[in-house]
Design a protein. Structure first.
Length: 255
């Protein structure tokens, strides 16, 4: 048996041989240099969504001669927001977020031919994921048809939930206890709605996804979350990730 440490950027193809896979990003816990993790489900599924609406362009003075894809996009967005509250199982977390809409070229008097909505769907259940994706496509097409337009939905990328193997997680936390002070180890009591494509590895081999907190205040004295342009990394604690990975390898060899 071999152990392969993985960092935050991970390919979606599974390894050829059976491996234990500890993985982790570097920014979610308490203090810089803190370690955290949990067995079982730790991350939700994550799907990127594109909805392409095809209307009919025209002049703003004669909207009745056009089919406005921006109006249809607004209708689709409003309709999608009811999916989580009305069609998602109440005890399974789900998040549907619209993050962008693109249409037109900035002209004040032109109705564009098309519009595109982008966003993401996250849930902690494969069944809920499948149902909501299906309904998102149906709602998009039906809203467009109501106005005489067409719509297509694409899922250019996505990944299933990340589920930590209990044995691997216990072994990895044991290794972490040899590296971190006890007060810097936190066992999480809830899952994150974030997503990671390490889930593709974990469907093939036992794995553990853990966190090393390394966020520090920006130049304005405020601390920002990752994916924010002002997020700052404390490089001085990154060696702890390599250390705990090496300890986990040593522990496996000595078993």
């Amino acid at each position: 048996m071999s152990l392969c440490p993985l960092y935050n950027t991970i390919s979606k193809k599974s390894p050829d041989r059976k491996q234990l896979l500890p993985s982790g990003p570097f920014n979610t816990a308490q203090n810089p240099g803190s370690f955290s993790g949990k067995p079982a489900l730790i991350f939700a599924s994550s799907d990127c969504i594109e909805i392409h609406i095809h209307g009919k362009g025209g002049h703003a003075s004669t909207p009745f001669l056009a089919i406005n894809p921006i109006l249809i996009a607004a209708e689709i967005i409003n309709s999608l927001q009811g999916l989580v509250s009305r069609e998602s199982t109440y005890n399974v977390p789900a998040v549907l977020t619209v993050t962008g809409i693109t249409a037109g070229n900035g002209a004040y008097n032109i109705i564009p031919n098309s519009a595109t909505i982008v966003g993401g769907l996250r849930t902690q259940s494969l069944e809920v994921r499948s149902h909501l994706l299906k309904r998102m496509e149906e709602i998009s097409k039906q809203c467009a048809a109501m106005y005489g337009a067409t719509a297509e939905m694409k899922v250019p990328s996505g990944c299933p939930p990340v589920i930590n193997d209990p044995t691997m997680t216990a072994d990895f936390i044991t290794a972490a206890k040899k590296v971190f002070p006890a007060e810097d180890i936190l066992e999480l009591d809830h899952s994150s709605m974030g997503g990671e494509d390490s889930s593709y590895f974990f469907t093939e081999v036992p794995g553990c996804y853990a966190f090393l907190y390394n966020s520090i205040p920006s130049d304005d004295g405020k601390e920002y979350p990752h994916h924010n342009g002002r997020f700052c990394i404390d490089d001085s604690v990154l060696y702890l990730a390599s250390t705990v990975f090496a300890q986990a390898v040593a522990d496996q060899i000595c078993k």
